[in-house]
Design a protein around this ligand. Structure first.
Ligand code: NDP
Ligand code: 2IT
Length: 448
């Protein structure tokens, strides 16, 4: 699909001029615009109320200095970000990413996409994202704590349970959320559900840790079911070996698939017998080591240098769960050539535009990130609800609600793809479904 609508082309042109050097943000906006073309043609009222121009400009962007002292007594300085993208349907909501590659473009693409994703969950959450170019790799626990405390010492004044509720993303899990929560509580003198992904002893929700990976598999299973298939008996390739990858592997295996790979930014492991997840959890969650360690304990498995190689492994289904643009056109062609017929995205924007073109050209089923990985933030929404009610649901209750949400997300993608004349194009369905609710709310609230 190409962008030919003159109005959207002119808005995109303005976005490009206003945001030079932000390739990831432009990529995310372009993808959404391409799929919104039929909506724009059908709904002149939305155009007239300036929804599109407002949607691509964050409500607020905060950039701040994060100084901290390392274990050698040296002062280190990082840059912190929080982009509060859209609050039309609820408080800003979205994760915090700690990775050396973090910059404004990456945080903006994530915050922009989060707006649509959160809308799809059916829960009242606006879109936001934050992070820092801090590199957690090789840092001691004390350094991580000092960084998180310093980060929150500035961020606390911009967030709140009814204003903006951050959570985890790359490099941020329960440990980091715990340190940030502790610092927020201390400065604000208030115990409140200001972050999600908290520890279970202080307001965290059961099943939040598993939610993104499990949700990805629930979505994938729905998509397969609608197309007369299921995960059972399929060979699955997963990239990444972090939170999303681990729990996608767990649920896919439970649903009867065989997961044969995991990866990190250095390389990938291939285990023809199916990944031993107990071993992976020990290496990644307990020891915080690299995925290459796997073959020390499982010599029959293989380790290959280079993360892109994972896409050359023969499979039925690929679940990219590492990072943006990890799967390019060439890798998508390699997948197709090896008979892969389904890609569902655990990571945010893992497929380049060329890769997505290849999925459609080769007739693959494609589950786009905004829909397929929405289970994490949906369960964060359930954590907010439990915090407000001052109670906690059982694992089974949360998991059941998550399943229901993922089913309804798939249905929305399917329904909207049909309504706008693109049956089976769940990318268009997800973007349009997510957009409609936000657009109606923005229109109703006036151009303010
Ligand atoms: P983690 O930090 O737990 O794991 C990230 C994984 O991705 C690691 O294996 C990491 O390898 C790999 N990775 C990161 N950057 C790169 C890179 N540049 N090239 C290759 N591999 C890379 O993060 P999550 O599992 O939480 O997040 C993974 C993806 O899922 C992200 O895109 C995130 O935005 C998305 N997501 C996360 C949600 C959540 O609830 N956590 C919810 C929805 C989406 P290495 O150790 O080498 O860096
Ligand atoms: O990309 C995402 O949806 C997340 N990192 C989860 C955000 C959240 O608020 O739980």
């Amino acid at each position: 699909m190409k962008l030919t609508n003159q109005y959207l082309l002119s808005v995109l042109d303005a976005v490009e001029k206003r945001n030079p050097n932000e390739p990831e943000f432009i990529q995310a906006v372009t993808e959404v615009f391409v799929t919104l073309q039929p909506v724009i043609e059908k709904r002149p009222d939305i155009v007239k109320s300036g929804v599109i121009e407002r949607l691509v400009e964050p409500e607020r962007q905060i950039i701040f200095r994060v100084p901290w002292i390392d274990d050698n007594g040296n002062v280190q300085v990082n840059r912190g970000f929080r982009v509060q993208f859209n609050s039309a349907i609820g408080p800003y909501k979205g994760g915090i990413r700690l990775h050396p590659s973090v910059n404004l473009s990456i945080i903006k693409f994530l915050g922009f996409e989060q707006t649509f994703k959160n809308s799809l969950t059916t829960l009242p959450m606006g879109g936001g994202k934050g992070g820092s170019d801090f590199d957690p790799k090789g840092k001691s626990d004390a350094e991580i704590m000092k960084f998180c405390q310093s980060f929150m010492t500035e961020l606390y004044r911009h967030i709140g349970p009814n204003l903006d509720v951050p959570a985890g993303d790359i490099g941020v899990g329960a440990r980091e959320v715990g340190y940030m929560f502790g610092q927020y509580k201390r400065i604000q003198n208030e115990f409140t559900g200001v972050l999600t992904g908290k520890g279970l002893t202080f307001g965290g929700s059961l099943a939040r840790t598993q939610a993104t990976g499990y949700g990805l598999c629930y979505y994938t299973e729905e998509m397969l079911k609608a197309n007369g298939k299921s995960l059972k008996g399929q060979t699955v390739v997963i990239s990444g070996s972090g939170n999303v990858a681990i729990y996608a592997c767990e649920k896919a295996t439970e649903l009867g698939a065989k997961v044969v790979t995991l990866s990190d930014s250095n390389g990938y492991i291939y285990d023809k017998d199916g990944i031993d997840l107990k071993l992976v959890k020990q290496i990644k969650e307990v020891e915080r080591k690299r995925i290459a360690e796997y073959i020390k304990y499982k010599p029959s498995a293989e380790y290959h240098e280079g993360s892109k190689g994972v896409w050359t492994v023969k499979c039925d289904i690929a679940l990219p769960c590492a990072t943006q643009n990890e799967l390019d056109g060439e890798s998508a062609k390699a997948l197709a050539k090896n008979g892969c017929w389904c890609v569902a995205e655990g990571a945010n924007m893992p497929s380049t535009p060329e890769a997505i073109e290849t999925y459609f050209a080769s007739g693959m089923l494609y589950g786009p990130a905004k829909a397929a990985n929405a289970g994490g933030v949906a369960t964060s929404g359930l954590e907010m609800t439990q915090n407000s009610m001052r109670l906690s649901w059982t694992f089974e209750e949360v998991d059941e609600k998550l399943k229901g949400i993922m089913k309804s997300i798939f249905k929305a993608c399917d329904d909207y793809s049909k309504e706008y004349g693109m049956p089976g194009n769940y990318m268009a369905g997800a973007n349009i479904a997510g957009f409609m609710k936000v657009a109606e709310a923005m229109k109703a609230q006036g151009a303010v």
